[in-house]
Design a protein around this ligand. Structure first.
Ligand SMILES: [Zn+2]
Length: 619
């Protein structure tokens, strides 16, 4: 027990040559020593356990060696080297700044710096975790660091370079230590295992190296832990059991199950993972990294990025061959979404299970069975006013015309439309396109029901008949009732010259403009007004449909203001506004989703086919 030395100490490298994974830094330091060009301060930065202190010690030993080898390595035989190796050298001073960070600690160190070495040429001061020094200590140290005696060399080590003051940085030669690659870590573990006479499975060392995440000291501590647990026979099973690591095998199986749409088996597998004591969170992130690895394994070039042993790499390559990239993207996306929601979720298990179900329902190309179709927001309010038959307002400009004409029917009974019906025959005569209704119009009326499609069709027609869009509007309105012929532009030209004819689109713009000009205290009502759509129902007559008497009362209070505004804005001095409470609010019911879907299916039977193809539950 007493002579047990942990592997991290026992196998701490003694020469630059044996330093693992920091070849470039070791070579640079060796060259500097050989050339006799030593700086008086070095800063070693990098994550923990990658060899900063080790390199600092080797450096200290080497510059003091009395028979330096030609390649720049210490001889390990001379008096100085032996003193270093036995840990009794007086030429090396280590200060852990994490626990000794006061000004007094630094002052004590500075005292030491003044005394020249008894044996050897240099005194080396290693300050570990130098970023932990207090600002006062830093400042006390600064002077010495700048002008140290010729025999002093400082080596500062830190895991957090960004915390080092620029004044310190500028006085040091900086070396950045890299994280250990999994490959290097494995090699070193193999070396240690062979020296100690342990047997091992490569996959087991792989798991240890991955768990250590780039730190050799961590890797060796885990290694020691596993060795004591397994009695020198390091197997994969023992390692994952001891380290509480989830077996690769689960993920391989899970992805295969998902790919075969075996939802139940996925759920059972997840349950098995939970009963083994694993948490859902690490499971999900593990699945995401597994999927990433499968994606990476698709390409022989990127497969090299996988930091796994060869037999497992082969499994990745095989699984990758079965999965399309699009499937993998979708699955990764679902995993990520689940990962993000996991922490905030109250029912964490459900979160994961839903993700598993969704993944298992992805088809070959990664299209989800449960994916909702893209949502188009229908203009709800025009739907209401147009009695469900004409959701007119799709594109903002042209369909407004149709909107006006489509609502013509209820207006026919309305006394306010009187002026409009004044000159119907005249209009019909002056515009030949109005008389014979083109065959297209009936089709159009179908399409107009879903206003967004109506826009382009209308424009197309007007171009064909060589008349303006307004006329197209009239032609379109023809079957609904005669009075709508009286849409402004035609009438306008016959009767008044002073007032500019009203244009539905301009009216709407002007209406919004008025709302924008409303004072702040009317904001709430202004919002209400935004969804109202005044419609031209006759010459200079706008009709606003409101939902109830209450709104009518409030609106009528400001109608004079609106009229004034619109008259100016639209250059039409005879413009008047009438209000009408909609009659449909009671009988018009909103479509529920099922009805909407049924309607869409009637419109386009291919939808049903689509539903079947994607195994959707439609109506
Ligand atoms: Zn030596």
């Amino acid at each position: 027990m007493s002579d047990y030395i942990v592997s991290a100490r026992k196998y701490r490298p003694q020469t630059f040559e044996s330093v693992v994974g920091q070849g470039a830094i070791a070579a640079t330091l060796k060259n500097a020593i050989r050339a006799g060009k030593l700086a008086h301060a070095y800063l070693f930065c990098g994550p923990r356990g990658v060899g900063k202190t080790t390199c600092a010690r080797i450096f200290a030993k080497t510059i003091n060696c009395m028979n330096l080898h030609e390649d720049g390595e210490a001889c390990n035989e001379c008096e100085s080297c032996q003193a270093f190796n036995e840990g009794r050298s007086l030429n090396i001073h280590e200060l852990d700044a994490a626990s000794n960070n006061s000004v007094d600690d630094i002052r004590a160190l500075i005292e030491q710096v003044r005394i020249p070495p008894q044996i050897g040429r240099y005194k080396v001061f290693i300050i570990d975790e130098v970023h932990m020094l207090s600002t006062a200590a830093f400042n006390a140290f600064l002077k010495t660091l700048e002008e140290p005696p010729a025999h002093a060399v400082f080596i500062l080590a830190t895991t957090e370079k960004h915390k080092i003051l620029p004044t310190i940085l500028s006085r040091c030669q900086i070396y950045d230590f890299q994280r250990m690659s999994v490959e290097n870590t494995i090699k070193h573990l193999q070396y240690v295992a062979e020296r100690e006479g342990y047997t091992y499975e490569p996959a087991a060392l792989n798991v240890i190296a991955q768990k250590a995440d780039g730190g050799m000291r961590d890797a060796l501590s885990i290694f020691d832990q596993v060795v004591s647990f397994s009695g020198g026979n390091i197997t994969y099973q023992q390692v994952i059991q001891n380290l509480n690591v989830l077996d690769y095998d689960y993920y391989f199986r899970l992805v295969d199950l998902m790919h075969e749409h075996r939802v139940t088996d996925c759920m059972l597998l997840f349950n098995e993972v939970l009963t083994k004591g694993f948490e859902g969170g690490p499971f999900v992130s593990g699945l995401a990294s597994h999927l990433r690895d499968v994606l990476v394994a698709r390409d022989p070039q990127t497969a090299a990025l996988l930091e796994v042993s060869d037999d497992i790499r082969q499994r990745y390559v095989e699984q990758a061959a079965r999965c399309k990239p699009t499937w993998l993207y979708s699955a990764i996306r679902l995993c990520n979404a689940c990962d993000q929601n996991y922490r905030t979720s109250r029912n964490k298990r459900l979160q994961v299970e839903i993700m598993l179900i969704e993944c298992a329902q992805l088809d070959e190309d990664g299209v989800g069975a449960g994916r909702r179709p893209a949502r188009h927001l229908l203009p709800i309010f025009s739907l209401l006013t147009a009695d469900g038959q004409a959701a007119a307002v799709g594109t903002p400009v042209v369909p407004q015309q149709t909107g006006a004409s489509a609502t013509a029917q209820p207006i026919a009974q309305n006394p306010t439309a009187n002026t409009a019906s004044a000159t119907p025959s005249a209009t019909a005569a002056t515009h030949p396109s109005v008389g014979p209704v083109p065959a297209e119009t009936t089709q159009q009326r179908k399409t107009i029901k879903f206003g967004s499609i109506g826009g382009p069709t209308l424009r197309h027609q007007s171009a064909k008949s060589g008349s303006t869009t307004v006329q197209a509007g009239i032609a379109n309105a023809q079957p609904t009732g005669g009075n709508s012929d009286a849409t402004t532009s035609s009438v306008q030209s016959a009767t008044t010259q002073v007032n500019r004819p009203l244009e539905q689109s301009e009216v709407l713009v002007s209406w919004q403009r008025f709302i924008n000009s409303m004072p702040r205290e009317e904001t709430a009502f202004a919002q209400r007004m935004r969804i109202m759509q005044p419609k031209i129902t006759g010459e200079g007559v706008l009709e606003v449909v409101v939902e109830n008497e209450e709104v009518e009362k409030r609106l009528s209070a400001i109608v004079p203001r609106i009229t004034e505004f619109l008259r100016q804005d639209l250059s039409n001095s005879s413009l008047t506004i009438t209000l009408r409470v909609t009659e449909h609010t009671v009988e018009v019911q909103r479509f529920d989703k099922r009805q909407q879907l049924r309607h869409f299916c009637d419109m386009n039977p291919a939808l049903i086919e689509l539903g079947k193809a994607f195994k959707l539950e439609l109506v």
